[in-house]
Design a protein around this ligand. Structure first.
Ligand code: ADP
Ligand code: MG
Length: 469
């Protein structure tokens, strides 16, 4: 399948080529011809599968003819967060550079002046978050009656953020004979209802099972006590060949604290969460994208849908409360065909949450074990052959998690992850997968090469091989 087979204009094909895409992704291959035929569309595909271009590309051609009018945008793309809206706008600029289209970004947290001015001059494509759009609409600064095309992007996230009533309100203000597209990674009943109400005879494209995770991502869970999480994270950041990582926490306060702690430990980290103003968020993102910092500590709201090239790792410092968030979080890595690794820290209190994740994704997450470690582990100086107990006290502390049961012999513990793990794919595939991950900065070695001695000189970390009951 080729982009040229999809019916896009020459100008667009050129822009696509310059963007470096050779082949449309499955959702693009199916969605683009349908959008060009002015059909309503429901597109369900996991994160990182190229949904943005699947509507941005054909929209540019659809919008290419027609006339702009003051205050009356000709098309509207709704995004749940400012970052996502800004990202879609970047896509528009990239693909639309050979077209004379006016695009305006309507997001909160920035001055309204320029946005109002642009609206007055006439806009072909308006990209907005529901809040700011409602605000301007209620003040009579914008008319939606000339809007022939509507995209509701990241619909499941809109639901999480409580935007469904706003979207219904907005849909009602648009002309009835418009073209509507809805994209989502998952399709909970509320979204289905929304689609039934506001889409007309839509073509439904479902590229893979909803809420499934990406096969380019190798995911692990680690059983760890709350107070050992930071130490465990730092060990992984130092030893798992991390190039760039996003660390998710469930709480804004923890995001802040963790970022501080990581910086204090000498990591180049930054933070984004809902309490940070828009300008600072964008700056942090830019620093992350440019490689100025390589670790971004984030909350779900701020990070949803972010498309950052070459994120090698995602860490769930906290197991997400909502299983959908798990899919979205780990979808920040393994994007556009690159490989990634995702680690989820699980405390005893998270038993139900991780269970829900595994139910949603319909697969057991492997327990991170010794075989998955990417550096050579050395046992702590052993006293004798059969007394191989590591000397650091934290070793035994970590295992308290397993309960008050008498300590099992070491051998048994090593096997435990195997029991708990899914019967999934053969393990030996993993190093090969991970080795292909997109290099961002220096890449020290291929993963399946033997590890140079001296890389990791400490004892093996205590969290390894702690099983799940
Ligand atoms: P989604 O909205 O499905 O989560 P995005 O639209 O953000 O995914 O795209 C994910 C990544 O894939 C982006 O970096 C994008 O540039 C890249 N991408 C999109 N389409 C293609 C393609 N046809 N070939 C290669 N990379 C692509
Ligand atoms: Mg998207």
């Amino acid at each position: 399948m080729n982009f040229a087979d999809l019916g896009l204009s020459e100008e667009l094909l050129k822009a696509v080529e310059e963007a470096g895409y050779t082949e449309p992704t499955p959702i693009q291959a199916e969605a683009i011809p349908a959008v060009l035929m002015m059909k309503d569309l429901i597109g369900i595909a996991q994160t990182g599968t190229g949904k943005t271009a699947s509507f941005v590309l054909p929209m540019i051609d659809v919008m290419a003819s027609g006339r702009r009018r003051a205050l009356m945008p000709r098309s509207l793309i709704l995004e749940p967060t400012r970052e996502l809206a800004a990202q879609v706008a970047e896509n528009f600029e990239k693909y639309g550079k050979n077209h004379d289209l006016k695009m305006t970004l309507l997001i909160g947290g920035v001055q309204m002046g320029d946005q109002l001015k642009a609206l007055n001059e006439g806009v072909d494509v308006l990209i907005a978050t529901p809040g700011r759009l409602m605000d301007l609409f209620e003040r009579g600064k914008i008319l939606l009656s000339g809007c022939e095309l509507l995209v509701i992007d990241e619909a499941d996230r809109m639901l999480d953020m409580g935007f469904i009533p706003d979207i219904e309100f907005i849909c009602e203000k648009l002309p009835e004979n418009r073209q509507t597209m809805l994209f989502s990674a998952t399709m909970p009943p509320v979204i289905k209802k929304l689609a039934d109400k506001f889409l007309t005879n839509p073509k439904q494209i479902e590229v893979s099972r909803a809420a499934s995770t990406n096969e380019n991502i190798t995911a692990f869970k680690i059983n760890v006590e709350q107070r050992k999480k930071r130490e465990t994270l730092e060990w992984l950041l130092n030893n798992d060949h991390v190039e760039t990582a996003i660390v998710f926490s469930n709480k804004k306060t923890m995001v802040r604290q963790l970022n501080k702690d990581l910086q204090r430990s000498g990591f180049k980290s930054g933070e984004i969460h809902g309490d940070i103003d828009q300008n600072t968020r964008q700056k942090e993102l830019a620093r992350f994208k440019s490689g100025d910092i390589n670790i971004l500590v984030a909350s779900d709201v701020a990070a949803r849908g972010l498309d950052i090239k070459g994120v090698s790792h995602v860490f769930n410092f906290d197991t997400p409360w909502h299983p959908d968030d798990y899919v979205h979080r780990i979808g920040r890595t393994g994007r556009a065909g690159a490989k990634g690794r995702a680690f989820t820290f699980v405390t005893k209190a998270d038993a139900e949450a991780i269970d829900n994740v595994e139910k949603l994704t319909k697969s057991k997450i492997d327990v991170f074990g010794k075989k998955d470690v990417r550096v050579e582990l050395k046992e702590a100086p052993a006293k004798s052959e059969n007394s191989r107990k590591p000397s650091k006290p934290r070793q035994s502390d970590d295992r308290e998690d397993a309960g008050d049961k008498p300590k099992k012999p070491r051998k048994a513990r090593e096997e435990k992850p195997e029991e708990a793990a899914a019967p999934a794919k053969p393990r030996k595939e993993k190093p090969a997968k991970a080795a292909k991950s997109e290099p961002r900065k220096k890449r020290s070695r291929e993963d399946d090469e033997p590890v140079a001695p001296g890389e990791w000189n400490g004892p093996q970390p205590g969290f390894l091989g702690v099983g799940f009951d």
